[in-house]
Ligand binder design. Structure first.
Ligand SMILES: C[S@@+](CC[C@H](N)C(=O)[O-])C[C@H]1O[C@@H](n2cnc3c(N)ncnc32)[C@H](O)[C@@H]1O
Length: 273
């Protein structure tokens, strides 16, 4: 019986990740936005010549390729093959040597203590089991190495959008809400005992939008869960109308000077020796 439950759960997580793989393939148009925060994260995390750096949930490679400019040897891993292909293209365009591979942060194909620094920009937060992702990132990090990541807090714009989507299309049972990773207590609790010197810093990003309807249209085209909900033929038209009205009302609270204002959180910590 125990075994059956385990198998069922494994199956549920595998199908969740299959959906994630598909929905994140829409993300490439947002690359210019995370390119800016990537520079900020690399600055915050610090990179030295020759270090081995892993970018988890690397998407199109913006963090890894920024770190490469400082002389690091870079490896990126991402669930979504379309984004990994684009990361390879970005590396070629930048004339940078890089390894990008398709893979899951919950089971990474690297030896223990391989990397000097492990980064994740709005990446590992989407793994369904925070304790599994954390254990993996710390496993592949060398003792004394630096873990640094950027996350979207639950109280800020993207966090509120995810909460709204979750009300209309609930997450699979057992999947941790990604924006918990934007909460300092949650982070401290997950890293406690394995790291020292946790440092937090906030950053601000801007999502350009000509109007609230422009933001909504862009979010529906680039954020997988929104697209799935909006395009699902079983979605009740009244729910769709209510969702769109609430999304624009929510967006109106963060809209200024032709952009949505997003405060995000950066975390840096040193793995214990
Ligand atoms: C918001 S995007 C960020 C991409 C990139 N880091 C950036 O800043 O542009 C989230 C990324 O996390 C990846 N991702 C989601 N779940 C993952 C998992 N379990 N393992 C590895 N990558 C994952 C997605 O495929 C996607 O590329």
């Amino acid at each position: 019986m125990r075994h059956e439950n385990h198998t069922l759960t494994q199956h549920a997580f595998a199908s969740f990740k299959q959906n994630q793989r598909k929905s994140w393939s829409l993300f490439a148009p947002l690359e210019p936005l995370t390119t800016l925060s990537a520079a900020r994260l690399v600055d915050f995390a610090g990179v030295r010549i020759g270090e081995k750096i892993l970018d988890v949930g690397c998407g199109t490679g913006v963090v890894a390729l920024t770190a490469a400019r400082f002389g690091a040897q870079i490896v990126g891993i991402d669930l979504c093959p379309d984004l990994v292909a684009r990361a390879h293209g970005n590396a070629r365009l930048a004339g940078v040597e890089a390894t990008f591979l398709e893979g899951d942060v919950e089971g990474m194909p690297f030896e223990d203590a391989t990397f000097d620094r492990v980064f994740s920009q709005f990446g590992h937060m989407f793994a369904p089991r925070p304790e599994v992702a954390t254990a993996q990132m710390l496993r592949v990090l060398k003792p004394g190495g630096v873990l640094a990541f950027a996350t979207w807090p639950p109280s800020e714009f993207v966090g509120q959008v995810f909460a709204l989507v979750g009300r209309f299309a609930p997450l699979l049972e057992g999947v941790s809400p990604p924006t918990l990773w934007g909460d300092k207590d949650f982070i401290a609790q997950h890293l406690e005992g394995s790291v020292q010197d946790i440092v937090f810093e906030e950053g601000i990003m801007q999502f350009p939008a000509l109007s609230l309807a422009h933001y909504r249209a862009s979010a529906e085209a680039t954020l997988g869960p929104l697209k799935s909900f909006v395009e699902n033929p079983h979605t009740d038209p009244r729910d769709l109308h209510a969702f769109r009205t609430e999304l624009q009302e929510l967006a109106s609270r963060y809209f200024e000077h032709n952009h949505m204002r997003q405060v995000y959180l950066m975390t840096r910590a040193v793995k214990g020796s």
